[in-house]
Structure formats: C-alpha cells, structure tokens
Design a protein around this ligand. Structure first.
Ligand code: NAP
Length: 272
C-alpha cells in the first residue's frame, strides 16, 4: 500500500477504513473483513462508541501491531490537559493497544486554548502512547493557530473532502505547513454515485464513480478513509491502485466542486 510521509517521521497508508456509524457486531465483522482483504489503516474515535469492537477485530486478525496504522480522536468536550490524558488511556484500553499511530483533536473548541491540548499531546508522544498527532475539522486560520501553538509536529488535518467539496485553499495551506490532509466522507456518503462527470471518467477505466472519486483524492495528495460495511464495497474501495487519472481528467473533476458540505454541526466554524 502506498503511504504518505507524515511530518512526525512516520508513514501513513493512503487508504484506510472509516468506522463512523459502525457499531457492535457489524463493526467487528466489517473491520475483520477489511483486515483480511488487506486494509492496514483504521479510523475510529472515542465518540464513535466502537473502539472495543475495533480492538477485538484487530486482536482476532492476528496481524502484527507494527503492520497497522490506527487513528483515534479525542472528543471536543474533553480538550483540557487531564481530560485528554484520561481519554487517551480509555481509548487505548478499549482498543487493547499500547499506542495509537495518530491521535487527533476531533473538533476545535473555542473554550480551550490549543496550547493546553497540545501540551497533553506532547506528553502522550513522550510516553510513547501516541506516535503522531493532528487535528480534524480545522479551517485555514485554525490550521495556522495549531502550527503556531504546538511544540511537536502537527501531522494531519482530517476534513470533509470529495469532488462536491474541493477545498483547494485549505489543501494548499496544509501542504505549505507539511500537514497531510485526510479526506473524510470521501464518497460524499453516496451522493455522487450517479454524477455525470465521474461516470464519464469511470467508463474509460472500467471503474465505478466511487473508485474515481477515491483515486482523484489520492492523486491530489490526500489520504482517504471511506467507510464500508459490505464486502463488495470494501473490495471496490481497495481496488484503486492499478490506474492513473490523466491531468485533464483531474482538472475536469476539480471543476465539479458544487460546495456541498455534508457535515456541519452547530458548533463548527467553517469559512464557507
Ligand atoms: P463515506 O465514506 O463518504 O460514505 C460511506 C457510505 O458509502 C456508506 O453508506 C457505505 O455503504 C457507502 N459506500 C462505501 N463504499 C462504497 C462504494 N464503493 N460504492 C457505493 N457506496 C459505497 O462517508 P463517512 O462514513 O461519513 O466518512 C468516512 C469516514 O470518515 C467515517 O466513517 C469516519 O471514520 C470519518 N469521518 C470523520 C469525521 C470527523 O469529524 N473527523 C466526520 C465524518 C466522517 P456500506 O456501509 O453499506 O458499505
């Protein structure tokens, strides 16, 4: 699997499995199946309430820990120093792991100075409970603030990104700051499945519109974490490394951008 070089010095597989809304037995069996098929990167979060099942699936897969890349996120209401440390311990316990590959601030929270959260992240890195740290749902000004306030590299920003929400300026800002951008909801939760532009490109490669969207993101330098529970979807999303989109196809998809944001809860602060 192709990897992205993080500013922490570690490598991150460019394709991972998203697990939001996967809970209980369905979560465990989907993660197990994904690992069996060759996925080595799993994205979870404390708030998803599925870390126990993700941990069981990892354990039962028998795959060596160092071959896996596991991301979790500290919830927005728990960004104080002690809360971060406590929640990370709980996460590690639920996942049955001794360290996380990546730990993210799930959403920014105006009430807590980023310095305080990053101080806790630094301690977790020093204690080898976390390898790389990052943020999620950070806009351009928050990315700049994070960079300024963290004493350790901010490796990743995880945001909504797909052909219907092509956030070029945020991508540029992250590249400038050596922050890898991870695309969540990379399939726009099925909204693009019949898109005409994606379909016309897909036909040329005998691929699906979902595979074209994922390939477009990877070629732009993003990491993708599509969620899938069915075996067909899991396989399809993995099968995107045997073709390359041409420059003019990339540009055609760049232009689709209809600014359709799917995730925008009341406490978020986006520019558009
Ligand atoms: P998504 O990955 O864009 O879409 C998931 C949906 O697409 C599921 O209904 C899935 O169906 C379907 N699907 C998967 N592969 C498909 C394919 N090849 N063809 C057709 N349909 C397909 O949406 P998402 O779950 O919102 O985002 C992915 C992950 O990003 C989450 O699971 C989570 O880990 C992360 N995320 C993070 C944040 C954050 O705030 N940081 C917010 C949202 C999401 P089946 O399940 O039936 O296979």
């Amino acid at each position: 699997m192709q990897t992205a070089n993080l500013s922490s010095g570690y490598e991150m597989p460019v394709l991972g499995l998203g697990t939001w809304q996967l809970t209980g037995n369905k979560c465990k069996s989907s993660v197990k199946k994904a690992l069996e098929l060759g996925y080595r990167h799993i994205d979870t979060a404390w708030i998803y309430d599925n870390q126990k099942e993700v941990g069981e699936a990892i354990k039962e897969s028998g795959i060596k820990r160092e071959k896996l890349f596991i991301t979790s996120k500290v919830w927005t209401d728990n960004l104080r120093y002690n809360e971060v440390l406590e929640q990370c311990d709980e996460t590690l316990q639920q996942l049955q792991l001794s360290y996380l590959d990546l730990y993210l601030i799930h959403w920014p929270n105006k009430a807590v100075d980023l310095k305080e959260t990053f101080r806790a992240f630094k301690k977790l890195v020093n204690e080898k409970k976390v390898r790389s740290v990052g943020v999620s749902n950070f806009n351009i000004s928050r990315v700049r603030e994070a960079k300024e306030k963290s004493e350790i590299p901010v490796s990743v920003n995880q945001v909504e990104y797909h052909p219907y929400l092509n956030q070029e300026s945020l991508l540029e800002e992250c590249k400038k700051n050596k922050i890898t951008l991870t695309a969540y909801s990379p399939l726009a939760r099925g909204k693009m499945i019949n898109d005409k532009v994606l379909k016309s490109v897909a036909e040329r490669y005998n691929k699906t519109t979902s595979q074209i969207a994922l390939r477009w993101l990877i070629q732009k330098g993003l990491v993708v974490i599509p969620k899938a529970s069915s075996e067909n979807h899991l396989k399809e999303n993995l099968d995107i490394f045997d073709f390359e989109l041409k420059k003019e196809e990339m540009e055609k998809i760049n232009k689709i951008n209809i600014r359709k944001r799917l995730v925008n809860p009341g406490f978020s602060e986006f520019e558009d």
